[in-house]
Design a protein around this ligand. Sequence first.
Ligand code: SF4
Length: 162
Amino acid sequence: MKVNGTLIWYYYICPREVWLIGHGIEPEQTHDFLELGRHIHEIFYQREKKEILLDNAIKIDLLRGKKVVGEIKKSSKFLKSATMQLAFYLYYLKKEKGIELSGELLIPEERKKIEVKLTEEIEEELKEAIEGIEEILKLEKPPKPEKIPHCKYCAYKEMCWA
Ligand code: SF4
């Protein structure tokens, strides 16, 4: 599986989750946390919402004014993950499509809009993350579970901790 935005997101949260998703082991789709995310996407930004899936690598929530990629999140709790996921979209568009855009993280419930730019430092960090993900995916078995605060919201929690 090619590295995609979802794997980048989870890379900054849990390597085991990266492996499970990367190996096609789907979480429970009716998990409350995933449902909440879907509702937020449906309720806010309806008019400008244009979900764009590119090469199975990036899924852009919306384009604002043709120059800004918008990524909608339900909270700023996982800000690092969200920032790097959006930066990956910008990186992918630049490298694969020759399009240079900037990004905005949109967190409607907190009335926040955070600008994300693809700097040289972020590009370097993304390259390391991509390599890190590729290493995790090469493992024969998933990394052992480690208890982290995200576990209680994680769709795989039954699998890891039952
Ligand atoms: S339950 Fe915890 S350890 Fe298991 S995949 Fe989710 S975050 Fe990782």
